[in-house]
Structure formats: structure tokens, C-alpha cells
Design a protein around this ligand. Structure first.
Ligand code: HEC
Length: 242
């Protein structure tokens, strides 16, 4: 009976341990998320994401586990072209994609150090990144005059302002509205750019996934061919048996 008692205590403790993450998420922000489906077969999207990343993000966020060369190879970009169009740091193509931002300085400027984003899509989710990048809005009560729907009181400046334009939050209707003509992209173009950026960060989170997907197709083809021959061979054997 005593054993049963301690078992019961064990089960209750376990239930609490398993249950606690969901009680944390209750405290999480419940901003309505737009769907996001990554697509690793879309190389032009990944290439554009890489370029946008180098232009708008790398100044603050490194991808310290990822090399320029491998990224170029994976995304089907010739290495010389990659050197010209995405390596602005004077680094070599074989080097890791690091940022030159000094973490201490960044902390004093933004109140937070911009984290490395190599594993961000796995830490949050590609969907989270997509929504995060789309929901910066004007908020004069914040030090940088900007807030974020998905990440309230974020320390990151709105670095895509010139592309998206001025976005405001209409509290009454719970909607974000962009002032027309205030950015260099229209809503569709901006969505596509953010899609590509998020898709790229999804790739970076697990680069071998792309290779696996490509390999998977060959494996399936091989199985189909093997299966056909096995079937034919089996039919020959059956003939001899009867
Ligand atoms: C001027 C510097 C700067 C630039 C440029 C910048 N960021 Fe940030 N970013 C920050 C800072 C600072 C934070 C930390 C904010 C915080 O924790 O409050 C941050 C946070 C983030 C986060 C959330 C990290 C987390 O806590 O999970 C993501 C995702 C992100 N940035 C993506 C991007 C992307 C994508 C770009 C390019 C379009 C970009 N950032 C450009 C400074 C920058």
C-alpha cells in the first residue's frame, strides 16, 4: 500500500512537471498569428531571404553556426556571386556568418543584445518569426518609438520601416494599418519579402533538411525501381513453382 502511495505522489509530481509549460504559455501573449508554411524547394525565395538578411539583419544578428560558402552552395548561388552580393564584412567565403556588432555596445543602445539567429526558427518557430517581422508598429511611449505585436516592448528598432512604411495599431479594432505610400514596397511585396526572410531562417535552423529532402526523392525513386524489378522477378519465380 505504501508503494502505491509513493507511486501516486510520483504521478502527481510528474503531471505537474509536464503540465507546467502549458501554464507558462497562458502568460504568453495571444496575438493572433498568421499561418506560415516554409518551402525549402523554393530556391529563389531562399536566395532572396539570404540577400535581405545580409542587407537588413546581419549588422546586428550573426548566424554563427553557418558558413557563407555552404549557404551559397545549398541555395544554388555561385560562390563569386555570393561574395559580391552578400559578404559585406570583408570576410572570406569559407568563413562563418558572424556580425561585427559589439554585444556590449548593442546592449547599451537597445537595452538588449541582439541574439544570434542561427537557431531562432527552432527556438521560436518560423511562423513566429514571420509574424514578428510583420507586426512592428509606431508606439511613442517606447524608447525607440516602436513596439511589436508578437513581442511586446521589444528592444529591436523597426529596421524594415523604409520597406513596409509607417504601421500603426488601431486598438479599437485590434488591427494594424500601414499608411499608404509611406514605404517602398506595397503590402504584397512586403509580405513576400518577409516570407523569404522567414523561409531563409527556417533553412538556417537546420541546413541538412534541404539535403535530406533532395536525397529523399532519390531514395523514393530507387525504391520504386527496385520494387518493380522485385515484382517482375517474383513473377518469374512463381511461374517455375506452378
Ligand atoms: C540595429 C540592430 C538590429 C537589426 C539591424 C536587427 N535586429 Fe533583430 N533584434 C535586435 C535587438 C536589440 C533584439 C533584442 C530585442 C529584445 O530582446 O528586446 C532583436 C531581436 C530579434 C528577434 C527576437 C529574438 C528572440 O528574442 O527570440 C528576432 C527574430 C530578430 N531580432 C530578427 C531580426 C531580423 C530578421 C532582422 C533583419 C530584418 C533584424 N532582426 C535586424 C536588433 C536588431
Amino acid at each position: 500500500m505504501r508503494n502505491f502511495g509513493s507511486l501516486l505522489v510520483g504521478v502527481v509530481v510528474l503531471a505537474f512537471m509536464i503540465g507546467s509549460p502549458s501554464s507558462w504559455s497562458a502568460a504568453k501573449n495571444d496575438w493572433p498569428m498568421e499561418d506560415f508554411e516554409p518551402d525549402l524547394t523554393n530556391l529563389p525565395s531562399l536566395q532572396n531571404g539570404f540577400k535581405l538578411y545580409a542587407n537588413y539583419c546581419l549588422g546586428c544578428h550573426g548566424l554563427q553556426y553557418q558558413r557563407y560558402g555552404r549557404t551559397a552552395d545549398d541555395l544554388g548561388v555561385p560562390r563569386e556571386l555570393a561574395l559580391e552580393s552578400v559578404v559585406f564584412t570583408g570576410q572570406k567565403i569559407g568563413e562563418l556568418i558572424t556580425t561585427s556588432m559589439d554585444p556590449d555596445q548593442a546592449k547599451s543602445w537597445f537595452g538588449a543584445t541582439p541574439p544570434d539567429l542561427t537557431l531562432e526558427a527552432r527556438l521560436r518557430s518560423p511562423e513566429w518569426i514571420y509574424n514578428y517581422l510583420k507586426t512592428f508598429y509606431v508606439d511613442d511611449s517606447r524608447p525607440l518609438g516602436v513596439n511589436n505585436g508578437v513581442y511586446p516592448n521589444v528592444g529591436m528598432p523597426n529596421v524594415l520601416l523604409s520597406l513596409q512604411g509607417v504601421q500603426r495599431y488601431d486598438k479599437e479594432n485590434g488591427k494594424l494599418l500601414v499608411e499608404e505610400g509611406s514605404g517602398s514596397m506595397n503590402a504584397e511585396e512586403f509580405d513576400a519579402a518577409i516570407y523569404d526572410l522567414s523561409n531563409f531562417l527556417y533553412y538556417v535552423g537546420e541546413p541538412s533538411r534541404l539535403e535530406r529532402q533532395r536525397l529523399g526523392i532519390y531514395v523514393l525513386l530507387f525504391l520504386v525501381i527496385l520494387g518493380t524489378f522485385t515484382f517482375l522477378l517474383n513473377r518469374e519465380f512463381e511461374k517455375d513453382v506452378h
